[in-house]
Design a binder for this molecule. Sequence first.
Ligand code: PXP
Length: 236
Amino acid sequence: MRLGVNIDHVATLRQARRGRYPDPVIAASLAELGGADQITLHVREDRRHVNDRDLSLLRQTVNSSLNLEMAAVQGMLELALQTRPDSATLVPERREELTTEGGLDVSAHRDEIKHVTRALRDAGVEVSLFVDPDLEQIKASHRVDAQAVELHTGRYCEARNDRDRARELSRVVEAARAATKLGLRVAAGHGLDYWNVRPIARVDEITELNIGYAIVCRAVLVGFERAVRDMRDLIG
Ligand code: PXP
């Protein structure tokens, strides 16, 4: 299982005082030392946490793989084409949200998503779409030529009891199987932590997890490298 560590929340802490630290670029290096296979960051249109300076430095310093989460809009496409991350994950973006709240509605935004996907693929960037574990979204992702999907695990993570959790897990499993049958690589993420990650990590078709908040929170107490290593040990 590949582990992508999302470093946005390190930048959120820096922006709380609009200062120079903690630096997400240093956190990314420590995450790699702890065993991260990928560094993930979301450059938002309003640059509320990670900014262009971070993206440019990370492109120069990340040794593993750089995954840029971005909205499917022209300005972000231009930034991605300049920076050439190893992969891009297209996500929905609303300015007022605390974090990415739901998956992309791929059918409803088919033309924009297809245009951005094609342009990124032509530049050698692998394209993944962040979608809810929903068969229609998986099929639509395949139709717009994405190479991968990242399944939104938010509903699984927020389930309040075993029955709801089991139902949400089976949705993730079915979506992962359907995506694999269509030839899509499958990642998952959102809301995963040290307590809920294992059932998701055991899904054979899922080959990558992107985890941010839980790792950054643990890192405050035990250090970044150890927080990443603890997660690595759990997901196998
Ligand atoms: N994957 C995607 C596409 C996301 O938007 C986010 C949140 O930025 C994550 C993974 C990580 O979610 P969390 O911070 O809850 O681990």
